[in-house]
Design a protein around this ligand. Structure first.
Ligand code: SF4
Length: 338
């Protein structure tokens, strides 16, 4: 699959009063044309900073310290601010968790979407833009688009506001859509509808999607491939079916144990991963997951494991996957208990 986005060795830090927070530490991945890539991890894993780095939507205290982000042959870490403005909302769009923070409360939603079209198509007439907004509202299943065009954001439910954001993100038919936890604040039914809609729209528009979430269950419903992030690093990358059938990293296994199984008649006890994420002002020299990993050995604290290919398009960063790792009952990848 041809790549639409190629991220190489992305390294992003924040300067704080407590020191430098090394939020993303040398992350490399690509997104294929029309592909839906999930990036999953707990809060502080670096997943959102990775996505914000792509469009340089970072706080003033943040710096992209190293790496490149190639989109259509241009390195987005180096293009001018003007060029970046042309790309944002046009070729690459974003949807955030809280639509209220992205919508102007004083302007009717239809007008806001129309303005987004106008920015990138200044010669398009008002009526044509309005017709496009109606079409978009119908596509994202906003009922009575004509009437709702004139509604204000506060007159919409959370789910409906998120549909407006999706309409706005799709207004200029982007090639890449970055959705950062867009369904986290919504109830499960609405979340399900939005995910289904994103899938349908992805098929119709042929756009690629990067979907950021802390929930592997959501990834299962939507994505083709997934990156699992922890401590500012990619810990595992795989096709969606491989992550669920053959997880290759103890952290991924922990995330899987914390997904509710809706098909189970009796609800099984969920097992949150004990412990907390590392302090990224002083990240550990070894595997960042070691303090929380029930399989950790002495070697894990000493140095960072390299990636090991464990299948086609499936790589993972764990010493227990090394060829010379001991095959004993404590190695879940060499016959031990999972
Ligand atoms: Fe656990 Fe060690 Fe593997 Fe890290 S490298 S995930 S600490 S077993």
């Amino acid at each position: 699959m041809d790549a639409i986005l190629q991220v190489e060795n992305l390294t992003t830090s924040f300067l704080t009063s407590n020191g430098e927070v090394q939020a993303v530490r040398g992350v490399s991945f690509s997104v294929g044309k029309g592909e839906i890539l999930g990036i999953v991890g707990e809060s502080g894993s670096g997943k959102s900073v990775t996505s914000m780095s792509i469009l340089r939507l970072l706080a003033d205290t943040a710096r992209i310290k190293d790496g490149s982000i190639l989109f259509e042959g241009e390195d987005l870490t180096k293009v001018s601010k003007k060029k970046l403005r042309e790309i944002r909302g046009n070729k690459i769009s974003m949807i955030f968790q809280d639509p209220m923070s992205s919508l102007n409360p004083l302007i009717p939603v239809g007008k806001q979407v129309s303005e987004m079209i106008k920015i990138h198509h200044p010669k398009m007439g008002k009526e044509e833009r309005k017709a496009q907004v109606m079409e978009l509202f119908a596509k994202v299943r906003i009922p009575e688009p004509e009437k709702r065009y004139h509604s204000f954001p506060h007159e919409f439910s959370g789910g409906m506001r998120q549909r407006v954001m999706i309409a706005m993100a799709l207004a200029n038919k982007p090639e890449l859509l970055i959705a950062d936890e867009p369904t986290t604040a919504l109830d499960v039914t609405i979340q399900d509808q939005i995910l289904r809609q994103l899938r349908e729209l992805d098929k119709e528009y042929g756009a690629s999607i990067i979907f950021i979430t802390h929930d592997l269950g959501v990834v299962a419903e939507l994505c083709d491939r997934v990156l699992v992030m922890y401590g500012g690093l990619i810990m595992e990358e795989a096709r969606i079916e491989d992550i669920f059938e053959r997880p290759g990293h103890p952290y991924t296994m922990g995330l899987l144990h914390s997904i509710p199984d809706v098909e189970q008649e009796k609800s099984e006890r969920l097992e949150p991963i004990p412990g907390s994420p590392p302090d990224m002002t002083n990240p550990p020299a070894g595997c960042p997951f070691a303090p929380r990993c029930s399989y950790a050995r002495k070697v894990c604290a000493g140095s960072l494991p390299d990636f090991v290919e464990v299948g086609e398009g499936h790589r993972t960063r764990c010493f227990l996957q090394y060829e010379d790792a001991p095959a004993d009952e404590h190695n879940p990848f060499r016959g031990g208990n999972r």
